[in-house]
Design a protein around this ligand. Sequence first.
Ligand SMILES: C[S@@+](CC[C@H](N)C(=O)[O-])C[C@H]1O[C@@H](n2cnc3c(N)ncnc32)[C@H](O)[C@@H]1O
Length: 187
Amino acid sequence: MKTIINYSHHLLEEIIQPGETVIDATCGNGNDTLFLSKLVGEFGEVIALDIQEQAIDNTDQLLMDHNCTNVSLVLDSHANIENYLIKELEGNIGGAIFNLGYLPKSDKTIVTEGESTVKAINTILQYLKKGGRIILVIYYGHEGGEEEKHIILKHVMSLDQKNYSVLRYGFINQKNNPPFIIAIQKK
Ligand SMILES: C[S@@+](CC[C@H](N)C(=O)[O-])C[C@H]1O[C@@H](n2cnc3c(N)ncnc32)[C@H](O)[C@@H]1O
């Protein structure tokens, strides 16, 4: 069985095409950004956001180490993602990933929050292509994590099944609040 990270990437590589524009809504140390950068290739673009300068710097360094030049790094909340999307992208975003929680080995009080995450999800859903996916990797063991988890689950469970398929993937016998995936696919 695929691990959470491997399955989140698998869900993206199934639907993202070279040349597309895609979003890493929480770039952190840049691992997902790098993965997306390779998927969309030299004619594609990754828009990668984070609210911490440290995260933007770490991602920038990782991308330079791998000679990736197709990423726009944005120091801002994903709640403001609409400011970085041009009209032509409506219906054309290939996919997006959110890796929730805090930056590993950093300040555990700077975390993603339910309301801004939901706002970003809603904006990206508008811009997503048909068949495109938003992947959420939900970590909730930290302070505030449970609350964010509940806000997100309530929201994605209310998405109309005529327009979206919503999947949950996770290991139900793991201890200590194991992360799980929510994947939303636009019909
Ligand atoms: C679990 S880490 C992401 C890990 C990253 N995907 C990687 O591969 O290394 C979560 C990140 O979300 C960022 N974050 C928190 N709130 C945010 C927001 N409103 N908008 C964008 N990023 C945010 C944190 O600063 C942190 O770097």
